[in-house]
Design a protein around this ligand. Structure first.
Ligand code: AMP
Ligand code: GLY
Length: 431
């Protein structure tokens, strides 16, 4: 099978590496890729937001399967164009990608499917902002209604900060979504979806804030781990039943079936699981840890989902043990990052490239805020963490920063799910 992966981040590097290990894959390309994917896959230039160009490349390269990594191309219609050219594509149509591209659309689908989520209100007129904010209690949650790479959200108990963020968005012409605050640990659940067929991958946890102890602004994700030792082994199946399958069925009912990866971001609150967001693609950095543990060959699995054959695919197989990834970010990220710096040590095993390019002189340089995602594995979370941080010591980038506490609390059994008035700690039962 000839597989073309669209995108250029560490998620795409992880997908390309998993494809490279699949004996069924005879040729592999990544467009536009990065310095890491170039070591394993043919590199092709592409404006990923141009559906016609993507479909032309898929035809010219004779792809049997196209896997679209990021949300931008999906929302722009790349999957429609590739399928229109008669090539199997793992990724939803532009219509179905609205589940991520518009938070108000996602809220509408969830309401119709009776899926629990935060209560919310859309504000598109600055004159209505204060009245709307007064209907919420702190901590305030203020979101950009459109795509914002995880950075359009402010969660703050400071009313002035919440108002200021909302004003900035409105001044830029973006409708604002206000939400009730969801307590409890977050879970990223990736599901392969093919119409009404839903196959969950291992639940993972992402670290959204830039600094240790969840301080500072939100980012695209600074690290992740899987599995979740504090969660019940039945969690994924429960979430499929109560959240993902009803949403998949609602998308079918609307005539816009979802085909690809439906990512449910949830909070496990005292009142039960509640959806924070849906994404229409693999998450980054969670994909790095989830695929590190997946033993089932990836190409046939994604091809099945892309061609209506997921229901007949054998059950997934997973490695025992755990995986942890730590993102190394450029100075300034998640604000304006400093780019063009040389990274050393990036060719080592376990270093997944997020924003890198090889210069003509052979040096690998940074090209975006998240630069590499260092992956560690081990028999348990503590060992996987040690492995990731040991590998990270070999990577050098001037001015870079990373979190030092990825998976730390989980490895110590300190993650808790609030349950009514009391807090219950679950530990030890790695699912
Ligand atoms: P989103 O862009 O919707 O994924 O939000 C980014 C991050 O902001 C989430 O991963 C959460 O950490 C936080 N967040 C978003 N919505 C809420 C909410 N309603 N309650 C608490 N935290 C939230
Ligand atoms: N890790 C969060 C995301 O991919 O949206």
């Amino acid at each position: 099978m000839r597989v073309l992966v669209v995108g250029s981040g560490a998620r795409e590097h992880a997908i390309v590496l998993a494809m490279a290990q699949d004996p069924e894959v005879t040729a592999l390309a990544c467009a536009p890729g990065n310095a890491g994917t170039a070591a394993v896959a043919e590199q092709r230039g592409l404006d990923v937001l141009d559906p016609v160009a993507a479909a032309e490349l898929a035809v010219e390269w004779k792809a049997d399967l196209v896997v679209v990594g990021p949300e931008g191309p999906l929302v722009a219609g790349v999957a429609d164009a590739v399928r229109g050219a008669g090539i199997a594509c793992f990724g939803p149509s532009a219509e179905a990608a609205r589940i991520e591209g518009s938070k108000s659309f996602a809220k509408d689908v969830m309401a119709a499917a009776a899926v629990p989520t935060a209560t919310s209100e859309i504000v598109d007129n600055p004159a209505h902002l204060d009245a709307a904010l007064s209907r919420f209690a702190p901590p305030y949650v203020v979101k950009d209604d459109g795509l914002a790479a995880g950075k359009g959200v402010v969660v703050s108990s400071d009313l002035d900060a919440a108002r200021a963020h909302a004003r900035t968005l409105l001044d830029d012409g973006h409708p604002v979504l206000l939400e009730s605050y969801l307590d409890g640990p977050e879970v990223s659940l990736f599901c392969l979806v093919d119409g009404e067929t839903v196959v969950p991958l291992l639940p993972a946890q992402d670290f959204k804030r830039v600094g240790d102890d969840d301080c500072g602004p939100n980012t695209g994700g600074m690290g992740a781990y899987a599995p979740l030792p504090w969660a019940s082994p039945a969690l994924a199946d429960e979430l499929v039943e109560t959240v993902v399958a009803p949403v998949a069925a609602e998308m079918v009912r609307r005539g816009t079936p979802f085909q690809g990866l439906l990512y449910a971001g949830l909070a496990l609150t005292s009142a039960g699981p509640s959806v924070i967001e849906f994404n229409c693609r693999f998450g980054d950095p969670e994909t790095q840890v989830v695929l590190a543990l997946l033993r089932t060959p990836l190409a046939r699995l994604l091809h099945s989902a892309a061609t209506g054959a997921l229901v007949a695919h054998p059950p997934l197989e997973w490695s025992d043990g755990a995986a942890v990834t730590v993102v190394v970010a450029a100075e300034g990220y998640p604000g304006l990052p400093r780019l063009g710096d040389v990274i050393s040590g990036s060719e080592a095993d376990g270093v997944l490239h997020a924003g890198t390019r090889r210069r003509d002189d052979g040096a690998v340089v940074s090209t975006s805020g998240r630069v590499v995602s260092v992956l560690g594995t081990g028999a348990d979370l503590a060992l996987a963490r040690d492995d990731a941080y040991r590998r990270l010591e070999g990577v050098h980038l001037a001015g870079s920063h990373h979190r030092t506490d990825i998976a730390l609390r989980a490895s110590r059994g300190e993650v808790t799910i609030p349950q009514g008035a009391e807090v219950v700690t679950r530990s030890g039962d790695v699912g």
